[in-house]
Design a protein around this ligand. Sequence first.
Ligand code: GTQ
Length: 344
Amino acid sequence: MKSPNISDNVEALNRDMANKNLGGHWQLGLESYLSYPETTVQPCLWKWKDVYESLMRAGEVVSMEEAERRTVRLLNPALRDRQATTHTIHFSFQYVKTGEHARPHRHTAAAFRFILNGSGAYTTVNGQKCVMEEGDLILTPQLSWHDHTNDSGKPIIWLDGLDIPLVQSLQQLLFEPHPENAQRVEKTSEEVAISYGHGRPAGASAAEFFHYKWSDTYRRLNALVEAAAPDRFDGYLLEYRNPTTEGPTMPTIQCALSLLRPGQETQGHRHTSTVIYHAFRGSGSSFVGEERFDWKAGDSFVVPLWYPHRHVNGGASEEAILFSMSDAPVLRSLGLYREESAGV
Ligand code: GTQ
């Protein structure tokens, strides 16, 4: 080895290394790193009126054939290049008129539908027919086939939650159309529900579970209000678990409901997961960092990671129910989940 040239300097070294696709730790600028996680995602509120008007206009001018899915997507103003609600998880609203069918496909992004307005249409997930009612949650996990049929005689609107931005940043996004125009229905989610929690015929294995019915969910939520003290940060918090694993709703997604009784306020906290909320019933206010979001049923908002936040149901008589989607399972499985109380 030659002894180092004494006229050498750091700039010359950096330049020569760059030409060889090399870089030094001294070039990282560690002094600009923060002692807490920083996100580019912005807190943001989307009003139902704006979403609904756009959906109705899309119903007039966008056909199912040209769109694959007729959805209006929530775009975070700080993520214009990504065209997504946050850096990991995403909300869209889908409108299917009666007589319409959204053809079957599958993708590596996991998704769910939370039914907002209308009933009687159905989604077929891996051959399982899931007839929708308001408040139902229907999962379409990674690579499950799904198509939507509205033969109910009335239009339907639901919320789509997806982990597309996460799957995209892992460079795992793929999409496949189904070879046929519609999936054949092999069973119904009602038949499948009987095999969960009630025993099942000897020798029969549990079918895939995709459909949480609102009637069950709301009964559990009310039982929670009767029996338990509220979570101090999230009110009466009901998490949708995967009944076969007892784990999160899906590997990348946790869905939950927070119920706030009239006058109820939560304490502020922050966590390394990102949450998108949708006001399903009632009204209230959420304080997110410097922002105050006054919401009522139909509105959606983002709580970016590590932003202090708290929720208030300021009303005197009506309960408020927030549906939420979070990427917490991802953070937890990577050992990156942290939370602490934080005033706001
Ligand atoms: O309904 O299958 O919002 O595949 C995005 C991708 C909905 C769907 C979305 C999808 C769907």
